[in-house]
Design a protein around this ligand. Structure first.
Ligand code: SF4
Length: 365
């Protein structure tokens, strides 16, 4: 068990594009942290090795009050053996990252911030329903660096309705000017049931999406970033260790409502309902469902997760029975210039990245 994920499902309000599991009931934060601590205690026996990474994701973990975070870390350190240099990340929204909170966080065992900025254009931020302004985003990153956080990631979003190349390139330039060590960039997805879904007809076309992605990739690579996963760029040595472990198929423990866990054979997921979650943990039971992965499930997951990384699929990690058919299917994509084979690895080419979903689908069983 190399990593622990803690899900914090609170957001003061919903962003217009979001279909993640979250709640606006901030008054439940303290009780919810009690339940997280309860689950950490309950599942201690599932963990037989030192923890290399911890990730607080959401929702908006930065809405937690510092005393609740302190209690959470006390429990984590009490029940689990963390490596001395464990990567400990918290996702944060710029409007929560005021100076006082950053100073308090510096006293906690947190060493990596992942800040959901999305855009440096105020019009785009409004469209996305974000709570912060571009200036607030710049300020919080500068303050975090001054206080001594040396591993900071910024999230950006492209493919917004009628998004202009100028605003996208401006956001990339602003992100680079803040000298963070990691940048993630995701294409907006128009999910049914969200407010953004009504604007799907204004989505930029595929050609523009490709151009925006290429612009991002080339500017970041020119600035020394490595494109180590389809949506993720890092300066050397600053790849997200927690997310890289997911992509390598390393087991992890997911704590909290809607959190997923993986033990190497079985995937399990907690109930996506904070009331049922808290009630069940109070009764000493973990409210979860699970499925044991078949050989085919495991093969499909390896293809899906590893092909998204710059390292690609390690053919030797594929079950012997499936290697021949994988190589045969891959051959067509190699001929089309979408995949290349380097030693024992199958890797997406730059051209292949844009059609990665269909390449992955065809390689899966
Ligand atoms: S902050 Fe994140 S989780 Fe919360 S509503 Fe916005 S996108 Fe969704």
């Amino acid at each position: 068990m190399a990593g622990i994920y803690l899900h914090i499902p609170f957001c003061p309000r919903r962003c217009s594009y979001c279909d993640f599991y979250s709640t606006t009931r901030l008054q439940d934060r303290e009780r919810y942290v009690d339940a997280l601590i309860g689950e950490l205690a309950l599942r201690q026996k599932e963990c037989h090795e030192r923890i290399r990474t911890v990730y607080l994701g959401g929702g908006s973990p930065s809405t937690l009050e510092t005393p609740d975070l302190e209690r959470l870390f006390d429990a984590l350190l009490r029940y689990y053996d963390l490596e001395p240099d464990a990567e400990i990340t918290i996702e944060a929204n710029p409007d929560d990252l005021h100076l006082q909170r950053l100073k308090q966080w510096k006293q906690l065992p947190l060493n990596r911030l992942s800040v959901g900025i999305q855009s440096f254009d105020d019009g785009e931020l409004q469209l996305l329903g974000r709570r912060h302004t571009a200036q607030a985003a710049r300020n919080c990153i500068r303050q975090a660096r001054q206080i001594g956080f040396e591993n900071i990631s910024i999230d950006l979003m492209y493919g917004l309705p009628s998004q202009h190349a100028d605003t996208w390139n401006y956001s990339i330039g602003q992100a680079l000017a803040l000298h963070t060590q990691h940048i993630s960039a995701y294409h907006l997805s128009y999910e049914a049931g969200t407010a953004m879904y009504r604007k799907r007809r204004q989505a930029i076309d595929e050609e523009q999406s490709v151009a925006y992605f290429l612009s991002l990739r080339h500017q970041l690579q020119a600035a020394g970033f490595e494109h180590y996963e389809i949506s993720n760029f890092a300066l050397p040595g600053y790849e997200s260790r927690h997310n890289s472990a997911y992509w390598n198929g390393t087991p992890y423990l997911g704590i909290g409502a809607a959190a997923h866990s993986y033990d190497g054979n079985t995937r399990s997921w907690n109930v996506s309902d904070i009331d049922r979650y808290m009630q069940s943990i109070r009764e000493g039971k973990r409210p979860f469902k699970s499925e044991t992965l078949t050989m085919t499930d495991r093969y499909n997951e390896t293809v899906m997760l590893s092909l998204r990384t710059a390292k690609g699929i390690d053919i030797q990690k594929i079950d012997k029975d499936k290697q021949a058919s994988l190589l045969q299917k891959a051959q067509t994509f190699v001929q089309q210039g979408l995949l290349c084979q380097k030693n024992n690895f199958l890797i997406l080419t730059e051209k292949g990245i844009f059609v990665s979903d269909s390449v992955i689908r065809d390689l899966m069983e």
